[in-house]
Design a protein around this ligand. Sequence first.
Ligand code: S3P
Length: 445
Amino acid sequence: MNFAPLVTPLTARRGRPLTGRIRVPGDKSISHRALILGALAVGATRISGLLEGEDVLNTAKAMRALGARVERTGEGAWRVDGVGVAGFAEPAAPLDFGNSGTGCRLVMGAVAGCPITAIFDGDASLRKRPMRRVLDPVALVGARITNAAEGGRLPITLAGARDPMPILYRTPVPSAQIKSAVLLAGLAAPGTTTVIETEASRDHTELMLRHFGAEVRSEPEGAHGRRISLTGQPELAPSTVAIPADPSSAAFPMVAALIVPGSDVFLPDVMTNPLRTGLIATLRQMGAAIVEEELRHDGGEAMAGFRVRHSALHGVEVPPERAPAMIDEYPILAVAAAFAEGTTVMRGLKELRVKESDRLAATAEMLRVNGIEVEISGDDLAVRGRGRAAGGGLVATHMDHRIAMSALVLGLAADKPVRVDDAGFIATSFPGFADLMRGLGGDIG
Ligand code: S3P
């Protein structure tokens, strides 16, 4: 639905050490959820620290189109006047989620429990991504898919259930988006909706549902999984949500500081939910000097400041069960791995194939064009680290913000400049990325 944005190439060059303090923008996952739950509560929810990136702004627009009042009251400050559980109004036009799988899939769940019909659409990247993973469970709830492109892809017309049913659903892949869609649909159903996941995925939906007054229980299931149960038809009470800095965005200045000699960077207020900190654990195992300071709790989520200094890294093996806790961080970990000594093997990356791009292939290609040896075998990625990278490559970003940012971080430490074909998609998750990196001393232009 979006017209192709203007293409903005960008180049990063090696320069002086990175130093200083930057607060990266608010967490993307929590920002989407705050808007959606605010729209399903009755009364005024006040949000501070909202990520004002394109993905989240599209969710805000969708909430408005579904009948909520959504107002920006200051920088990162938003007020949402919700319509109540199952209270969405039928939108007059298709809902356009741009590049965002999270916005689209979560809102599909929320709409599935309402007696309305809505058309879901997105950009060329989102139109390629699998949606059956959400359509299957919402059909069990009682929603009907009256139109979809080939393979169950966008654009999709979804008619929500008149009498939504509570379901017990085992997610076929570890995915917080699938889990969240089922729980959001279950809000409108009577009785208990249960989701079972064999690998625990990020639990922001569960935490925030509780924060808004819903009854949600979460118990361990098997070695790494969880069983989550929601009591349906709660009256969600409007709330105050303070959004911490996004660990998936902090990952970029963090790795930049680790690989640019002489760097010393401080990143305040970063969310430390253990289901999001797999990258930090892995980097520490590789020998990274990352120290936590200023620990605190706010609105159900823990956060800390991270001091990160340039470090001599070594290769490690990253087990598949860590993937859900760092699913968005493999491209930037692969950059850190290139500057380590020895091989880093990342296992169990199947889900990377269905992100904003085929992120497994795009990550390998980003490194290869910059002279780094990589190998994909099955769902595993091996990066041969040599403590340095030649650089000099032009990286195809494939409409993927995380590939663009990872490539630019690589360029800050490589022998020759690294250029990305289109940095425009960075604005989906990390508006101001290049400015913030320049503020630390990075040569990006
Ligand atoms: C997200 C879940 C993950 C992640 C995405 C955000 C969320 O996707 O990759 O960036 O906020 O629920 P999957 O659920 O597809 O793993």
